[in-house]
Design a protein around this ligand. Sequence first.
Ligand SMILES: Cc1cc2nc3c(=O)[nH]c(=O)nc-3n(C[C@H](O)[C@H](O)[C@H](O)COP(=O)(O)OP(=O)(O)OC[C@H]3O[C@@H](n4cnc5c(N)ncnc54)[C@H](O)[C@@H]3O)c2cc1C
Length: 816
Amino acid sequence: MSELPSHARVVVIGGGAVGVSSLYHLAREGWTDCVLLEKNELTSGSTWHAAGNVPTFSTSWSLMNMQRYSAELYRGLGKAVDYPMNYHVTGSIRLAHNRERMREFERARGMGRYQGMAIDVIGPSEIKARYPFIETHDLEGALYDPNDGDIDPAQLTQALAKGARDLGAKIVRFCPVTAVRRAGDEWVVSTPKGDIRCLKVVNAAGYRAKEVGALFGRDIPLVAMSHQYILFDEIPELKAWSEAEGRKLPLLRDVDTSYYLRQEKNGMNLGPYERDCRAHWVTADDPMPEDFSFQLYPDDLDRLTPYMEDAMARVPILATAGLSKVINGPIPYAPDGNPLIGPMPGVPNAFEACVFTFGIAQAGGAGKVLAEWVIHGETEWDMWSCDPRRFTPFASAPDYAVAKAKEVYGHEYAIHFPRHAWPAGRDRKLSAIHDRTKALGGVFGAYNGWERALWYACAGDDVSESSTMTFDRDGPWHKRIREECLAVRDAAGILDLPGFSRFNLEGPGAAKWLSGLITGNVPKPGRIGLAYFADRRGRLVTEMTIVRHAETLMTLITAATAQLHDWEWLRAALPADGSLTLIDRTAEYSTQILTGPASRAILSEVCAADLSMPWLTHQETEIAGRWAKLVRVSFAGELGWEIHTKVEDTAAVFDAVWPAGERHGLKPFGMFALDALRLEKGYKAWKQDLSTDYSVLELGLERFINWEKGDFVGRKALWQAIHGKWAKRFVTLVVDAETCDAPYMSTVWKGNRIVGETTSGGWGHRVDKSIALAMVKAHLARPGTEFEVEIFGEKRRAVVHDDAALWDPGNLRLRS
Ligand SMILES: Cc1cc2nc3c(=O)[nH]c(=O)nc-3n(C[C@H](O)[C@H](O)[C@H](O)COP(=O)(O)OP(=O)(O)OC[C@H]3O[C@@H](n4cnc5c(N)ncnc54)[C@H](O)[C@@H]3O)c2cc1C
């Protein structure tokens, strides 16, 4: 079929594995009047030359979900669409050279088990039994994943294409999209074969997605990296073994060295992710060619030599094989290495499914997620890890995107430690008092590009990157975090918090309109309130603080990382009549948190504000002759104020507060301390505890629902749920943890059954306890119930705390 239809419901741009899977999943949901446009032949981008590995392993719950779905889909696909494929489910062995890697594997095993996959952690002798050609003398163990394997990427794409076509969808090849424009509520997509009108459009253009994005005025953070694998000739020993055993070797990944090694027929395929890596098409003298279909970069074996040598020592039969071919192709990277799947920021009815580094393994799941976004506007699983809105425009700057792409590629298999901050692409957005917090010992991390102190080191503390390569609670930071928390408890702490996202909402019906979006009440003028936004299923979308200045004017404050997400959520709901204005004021203001019992005394020395005004109020004042807004609230759970200032006044205000505070024992504190403090209050963090996987009720936020106020988004679903059964329920657990607190997505056990998962964990220094926030089966969520939390493979006793917070349950300190 090459005739271009004049209309389609959806146009998908790009015929690689991901675009075709998107089309297939749209068609499977009944959206069969959809068309895929491919510049060249199907698979001609990155798909044709992919190695075809299909792992399910991930330490991200949502990526694991997506990859598990893909593997399940691929197993049945050939039969379902009547297109036989080469899909070998060989299992895989992922090697561990050290204890921390084993801990990572233990955690992945727990998550995998929870998703119904029999992933296992094995010792050196079992590695040898499964992979007789391997040297194991220097290994701690391995992760065995029976679901892993390899698929022919071209056959996979053709099978998905057949499935889509059989359902009625259309694919037009050799039909590049050259322009797009809006015509009323439709898109007009232009190609050399003519125009096609559609309601929705999907950018699935792989490494060319930046080019296609530009047609929509969208700058996608994407860098094409060069990735190579080497094919080796037949190895007689391997052939003999394979024939005798009637199977292929499991796929081997030496993740600490950074390569995969897979049996390819009776030879081998070696693919390193080398530290000394190359980005392409990022400078003016190296433009992306008009057409790179079915093309490769020149071989660059020098970069691979150390990995080849390592692999030959690990699997000595490899050293006997001749090298037959090198495949060096473009692989697109976003700054965090995850793909973009979801709404295209700022562009109506446009979506992205691009920038895949593991697009073969993820194509199945990505197609499902994309189709859900397009058809329903929401997804079954919380997909924030892949949401295009997680990047704000600074991330598309070429120097940043390239630095991050190279860092992620070179550490593709790295362990992500809780205290580690990746060093590339830093110092993008600095607070006006960055020099001051740095001089105080600040050790920084980036939040939507904003540098914030994680903790404050003292002279002699080890602040090296290598010191953070541990899951242990203890480390150079631990003592300092404790000091910071105790200062907040006993005196006061100050936290510089640049980059809080803030939107001004103004107009006659602002409060009424907002009330229809949130579950609870819009605060009265002069007050502030925490607001929860649900989707129509009653699931949690986001949380914002509303500062109501006047009847018709308010500021909505939200997390730095939520800037684009929350902006889009609000903007999409704005009334079409233009009666309300919404303005992003993030760049104009900054925030410092002053909290602790001495904070009133400190503030009283620097301003004339009425500091007796109660909790959840706000007022304007002057500090050092500069305007400031004091908002009486504390995420740390103590008496305290947020001090909002104009960015240019931040330093003057700090310079007034700091010396006044020093007389009262004021200390700077960082994000790690804030996290510990909020856990003791049971305060939830967005996209950690506050996930769209859970409903507002499951999250225990009933007190933020006003059933009497009239309709709001999600009310119907929540009302039905309150009278029915809830799957899960939020609890605070006190855990008998040893050296590590519960990481995100540790499984919660009752006897021999998994009954829930943790969403955050950490040490509470005011209560001297290991705390986990968790979601457990609703009927078990009673105070005093005993569970076990599996922390890196070890089950630790955990008890449900009562509904009130562990620290200051009556909020007396907050209100003091
Ligand atoms: C050497 C190598 C090995 C790899 N091995 C693996 C692996 O083992 N497992 C794995 O999961 N991943 C692997 N990958 C990554 C994988 O190849 C990609 O993630 C995947 O192919 C991406 O698929 P896609 O559909 O997003 O993009 P692509 O396959 O690049 O498809 C995009 C399509 O869009 C088309 N297009 C572009 N512009 C336009 C336009 N204007 N109009 C119409 N069409 C357009 C292109 O022609 C192209 O066909 C490997 C990559 C490399 C380089």
